[in-house]
Write a protein that binds this ligand. Structure first.
Ligand code: TRP
Length: 449
């Protein structure tokens, strides 16, 4: 079964793919405003600590487990079980991960479709096709369905190509494009009037705000979403890493890129918001908080771009293109979770598996679109607020308690015989066994009450 599995062709290819998964809509539309509203640089510091102290160990658990079993998430979790009971729990955890991954992709695909629509709408407007442009940006059921469908087809097409020819090739093309676009946009926006105010709001530390436990918990939740943890995405990507690679440093690079891009996005988003404020666009909600997420991206930014003439159209196109790329390299990593399972468990061809899994998830998206008010928020909450932490917890318990320590150590020793004496092995196992499960359990509990 493991003989004809795909494998990433190079270390850099894996890093692009995994960072591509991690860097997504979450980094750009959530993180910067969350930071600015909650203590600026002080929040960045807390986020950085949480990302490395808590999210990174879980990322490593997924990568190591994936690479050890070289199998899909269900095979991996049941493969390290020690008896019939843990085997059933492992299999169920893997399957639950696939379900939650599908739910995440079902709402992610809708939002990504909007990004795609805006990317095309601006140039169409210039060409005089105003009706088409308005249709693409207006919130209607047909438009939501069609854009979601197109985005899902793009995701399916890449996954059909396989690990090296699909995931790795496209991530290696899209990630550099994303970084260059982001830097270029930020550099331009920083020259505009009002930008420096935004930068100040983003960066001046206010330590009084960061000691709220609520805030730390929500920051941790964002870190989990941002690093694509829990559902098996990183586990499956890890299963395609060559045995030659040194996992702890590869994982650290992925985490650094993810946090780095979130921080970099702040250098674009906050200045952009205050440039908009300078031009009379409302950037605060009724309660006085900075507008964020969909209102920020779909209302504040278009209003700003509209004040800027031709430059605004170029900026808008570049910005929504950036968002679309960020979403695409993430969505492929989510679809790969069910696809890897179907291919390996039922011996289907990859193309068939991608079409069927992608088709089913798109149908779920369609149901959400048809009953948007009721389902959209509910699916997001169910999958990210409850599903992900629960799965993260089960994963830590499995890797920390069920998996035999000697096999775990042997896996790490494959390319680093000295690992047993290193810092990673001294700290990480304790984290996965005790610290991570306890903290995740606390978050989970808090989200219930
Ligand atoms: N990390 C991505 C983002 O920040 C989204 C994502 C990709 C994801 N794969 C995932 C989230 C798996 C949760 C689980 O937008």
């Amino acid at each position: 079964m493991t003989t004809n599995r795909g494998q990433f062709g190079s270390r850099l290819g894996f890093i692009f793919a995994a960072a591509g998964s991690a860097v997504g809509l979450g980094n750009i539309w959530g993180f910067p405003t969350q930071a600015a509203s909650n203590g600026g640089a002080a929040f960045l510091l807390v986020y950085l600590i949480l990302a490395f102290a808590l999210a990174y160990p879980v990322l490593m658990a997924e990568l190591i487990l994936g690479r050890y079993t070289h199998g899909n998430s269900v095979a991996a979790l049941s493969g390290i079980a020690r008896g019939p009971v843990t085997k059933v729990i492992g299999t169920s955890t893997g399957l639950l991960g696939i379900l939650v991954a599908s739910m995440i992709l079902s709402f992610y695909g809708i939002v990504a479709g909007w990004m795609l629509g805006y990317t095309v709408a601006y140039p169409l407007g210039v060409l005089g096709a105003n009706d088409a442009a308005n249709w693409l940006t207006g919130f209607t059921i047909p438009r939501n369905l069609i854009l979601m469908g197109i985005f899902m087809l793009m995701t399916i097409a890449i996954i059909m190509g396989g690990v090296k020819e699909g995931i790795e090739r496209w991530s290696s093309r899209l990630m550099p494009t994303l970084i260059i676009t982001l830097i270029a946009l930020a550099a331009y926006v920083l020259t505009l009037e009002g930008a420096m105010t935004g930068l100040r709001v983003y960066l001046i530390p206010d330590f009084s705000k960061i000691f709220s436990s609520q805030l730390i918990l929500s920051a941790l939740g964002s870190a989990f979403f941002s690093l694509s943890l829990g559902v098996g995405t990183m586990l499956v990507y890890g299963s395609y890493i060559s045995d030659k690679e040194h996992l702890p440093s590869i994982g650290a690079q992925v985490a650094l890129i993810d946090v780095g891009i979130a921080v970099l996005a702040g250098f674009l988003i906050l200045p952009v918001m205050y440039v908009a404020a300078e031009r009379g666009v409302e950037i605060f909600s009724a309660s006085g908080a900075l507008l964020s997420e969909d209102t920020l991206i779909l209302t504040v930014l278009p209003e700003l771009f509209a004040t800027m003439g031709t430059v605004g159209i170029a900026l808008a196109t570049a910005f929504f293109f950036l968002m679309t790329i960020a979403a695409l390299t993430s969505s492929i990593s989510i679809l790969e979770v069910p696809v890897a399972f179907i291919v390996e468990r039922f011996q289907w061809s990859r193309k068939q598996a991608a079409l069927v899994a992608g088709g089913l998830i798109a149908s779920l998206s369609a149901v959400i679109i048809l009953d948007f008010e009721r389902l959209f928020g509910a699916v997001i909450a169910l999958s990210t607020r409850y599903g992900q932490p629960l799965l993260g917890l089960l994963l830590c318990v499995f890797v920390g308690w069920v998996w035999q320590r000697n096999t775990l150590l042997a896996e790490l020793q494959k390319n680093d015989p000295e690992v047993a004496n290193g810092l990673f092995w001294r700290i990480w196992p304790v984290y996965v066994r005790f610290v991570c499960p306890v903290i995740i359990a606390v978050i989970f509990y808090r989200s219930l009450v």
